[in-house]
Design a protein around this ligand. Structure first.
Ligand SMILES: N[C@@H](CCC(=O)N[C@@H](CS)C(=O)NCC(=O)O)C(=O)O
Length: 232
């Protein structure tokens, strides 16, 4: 069936949404990415999402079915494509995958934002600038420049906050075991967001999370690595 993924885009089609990356990696995991039509949505053309009854990307349309929210997309893909490799690992591990995604949303994303949010205006369209600045400054209660002012300290905090990921990687190549699963895609989405928008170095080379990110960039024949972005 024809699948369409609506994903956020900056200048020249740059895809930098962490949630969009979760959906994109999920589709690749299921072997569906190559056959998926991508509908790029800029901040100023979110009206394109009205059919989905909400205004956030990603949105997946598969034939008659419309699914918004990256987590719901993963659940849908496992349900609709049971013979492709499982994303969430079945009922026994779905809760752990959900916890990983919630850890990323609540602990990692705010720190990534505090490292890179002021660089985002450089990679989005002119028409999106005012909305982006206004909405993010309202959310954080300060200017974009103030949000990232202490990013070297934020990077130290990020290093500490990544402890659970590092601990899991001590005994395996991926959070999913010998191959990546949804928890990997959730954490990786945060790094693809940063890589897409900013040259700020999020990780030191001696951090095992750095080596894991390299392995993740090589997934699906290097699909994520080929995506335009800053050197990491
Ligand atoms: N819980 C949602 C969150 C989606 C979300 O926040 N998407 C952001 C992009 S990263 C968005 O559409 N933002 C549009 C805006 O800020 O106007 C998911 O997991 O998909």
């Amino acid at each position: 069936m024809a699948i369409t993924l609506y994903d956020l885009s900056g200048l020249n089609g740059r895809r930098f949404s962490p949630f969009g990356w979760r959906a994109r990696m999920s589709l690749a995991h299921k072997g569906l990415e190559a056959d998926t039509t991508v509908e790029l949505v800029r901040f100023s053309d979110k009206h394109k999402l009205a059919f989905s009854g909400q205004n956030l990307v990603p949105v997946l349309v598969d034939g008659e079915k419309t699914v918004s929210d990256s987590w719901e997309i993963a659940r849908y893909l496992d349900e609709a494509y049971p013979s492709a490799p499982s994303l969430l690992g079945g009922e026994a591990s779905e809760g752990v995958a959900r916890m990983a995604a919630a850890y990323v949303d609540s602990q990692l994303h705010p720190l990534v934002a505090r490292c890179v949010v002021a660089d985002i205006p450089n990679i989005i369209h002119e028409d999106d600038q005012a909305y982006f600045r206004e909405s993010r400054e309202k959310r954080f209660g300060m200017t974009l420049e103030e949000i990232v002012a202490n990013r070297d300290e934020t990077k130290e905090q990020l290093k500490t906050t990544l402890y659970p990921v590092r601990a899991a990687l001590r005994e395996r190549d991926y959070l999913g075991g010998s191959t990546p699963g949804y928890a990997d895609y959730a954490v990786f989405g945060a790094f693809m967001w940063a890589r897409g928008v900013s040259g700020f170095k999020m990780l030191e080379q001696d951090d095992p999370v750095f080596a894991w990110r390299e392995r993740m960039l090589d997934q699906f024949n290097g699909m994520p690595r080929r995506e335009p972005g800053f050197p990491v």
